[in-house]
Design a protein around this ligand. Structure first.
Ligand code: PLP
Length: 412
């Protein structure tokens, strides 16, 4: 008898985006004349930088010629891309990361999902709340938790991110082995300073723990006091793996390219206490289960690091950040406390009421779609996430409509 992996049955069905879609389609059926503005999406709206498009075309031509055609490439990525990443994202910031510590992949989603395969089933895991759901669900699938009760899985240590701690979780009271952190954060848009990040690195060192640091939104950091990489903290290369992506940096959500940094000093331990290097383990995992990112896509990603690429990427991110500023200022002027939107494309708005009620109010009153915070975890209740990935025209229109719907009642 073929048996199912019953851990999958523990998963809370992903109602969030299904529920949003249902409510939006009910609204559009009832109001076919209204133009719905979608501010809930975490997907980019600007096209690829021209320099990346040119690199894709050129690489496609190379693939069409016998002399320059490429078959299977190195699983961990071509040297030209790994070197460009090491130089521009790390060495330029004083982080000693070598190209062979960088593993190119087709997404930070799959890397953050797959990395847990390297660890024992019985480790203690800390996850933020609210959270990017991939970290949670993949550990549920792997059998590291009990059932879901009231929105939380038994076995996890939840790290509450609330207004009280400025959405930067405190160190856990109990000992944990694996810690997921994400800054700038999805969904709260919060950032972490070097001092706070150092506390986590020190904790990991003291407890032989490992930090999985998701920096998918690093390109949105404009405050130069903030770390772009966890490796800006001394000693982090002994206790942290970092995930980055070209998705939000350069509009690669549909093109697919990302990378994971597994420093050679990072270790995990056997039950007997023997230390095992994770870099060769991840290399083994990737070369067994993954066949690399296509050559044209890696060429397009490498183009991001050229002078024109850097300028074009900066212009696009500046555009989203200006959207974010408009959203944050408008929501603040309407009387809402907001986080994020300064070094992040997400604005986390304290609604003062149930997340879904507020979502409905904006949908039905303003034809604007947001994301209810409760969908990201129980600490997200009472918040909505607004995304800055949109046209300027839509952002301004959405903010005017929201002000018209809510402005009066909040001015009273
Ligand atoms: N990590 C975070 C925090 C994200 O929000 C996302 C996408 O929304 C990803 C990773 C996935 O990135 P990628 O497109 O590289 O798979």
């Amino acid at each position: 008898m073929i048996r199912v992996n019953e851990n999958y049955l523990k998963l809370k069905a992903s109602y969030l985006f299904v529920d949003i879609a249902k409510r939006v389609s009910a609204f559009t059926e009832a109001n076919p004349e209204k133009k719905v503005i979608r501010m809930g999406i975490g997907d980019v709206t600007c096209p690829l930088p021209p320099v990346c498009v040119k690199a894709l075309h050129d690489a496609a031509d190379e693939m069409g010629s016998e002399n320059s055609f490429k078959g299977y490439g190195p699983e961990a990525g071509y040297a030209f891309l790994r070197e460009a990443i090491a130089e521009n994202d790390y060495r330029a910031r004083g982080c000693k990361i070598d190209p062979d510590e960088i593993f190119v992949s087709d997404g930070a989603k799959c890397d953050t999902a797959n990395i847990q395969e390297l660890f024992s089933e019985d480790i203690k895991i800390a996850v933020p709340d609210p959270v990017y759901p991939v970290y949670v669900d993949t550990n549920v699938m792997a059998g590291r938790t009990g059932d879901n009760e009231n929105g939380r899985y038994k076995g996890f240590v939840y790290l509450n991110s609330t207004a009280d701690n400025h959405f930067v979780p405190d160190l856990p009271k109990e000992k944990v082995d694996l810690i997921y952190l994400c800054f700038p954060n999805n969904p709260t848009g919060a950032t972490i300073g070097k001092e706070d990040l150092k506390k986590w690195v020190d904790y990991a060192k003291a407890n032989k723990a490992l930090i999985l640091y998701d920096a998918a939104y690093e390109a949105f950091i404009r405050d130069e006091s903030l770390p772009h990489s966890i490796y800006e903290i001394e000693g982090a290369d002994e206790v942290a793996i970092e995930f980055r992506s070209f998705s939000k940096t350069a509009g690669f959500t549909g093109t697919r390219c990302a990378f994971t940094v597994v420093p050679k000093k990072v270790k995990a331990y056997t039950a007997a206490g023997e230390s095992i290097d994770l870099n060769p383990l991840w290399n083994r995992r990737q070369s067994t289960k993954f066949n690399g990112v296509s050559y044209p896509v890696q060429k397009a990603a490498a183009a991001v690091y050229t002078p024109e690429g850097k300028a074009q990427v900066k212009a696009t991110i500046d555009f989203y950040l200006e959207n974010a500023k408009i959203i944050r200022e408008k929501m603040t002027s309407l009387g809402f406390r907001c986080t994020g939107g300064e070094n992040s494309p997400y604005i986390w708005v304290e609604t003062g009421e149930d997340s879904w009620n507020f979502f409905d109010k904006l949908l039905n009153g303003a034809a604007v779609v947001t994301t209810p915070g409760s969908g990201f975890g129980s600490c997200g209740e009472g918040f909505i996430r607004i995304s800055a990935f949109n046209s300027r025209e839509n952002v301004l229109e959405a903010m005017n409509r929201i002000a018209a719907v809510l402005g009066k009642s909040y001015a009273e």
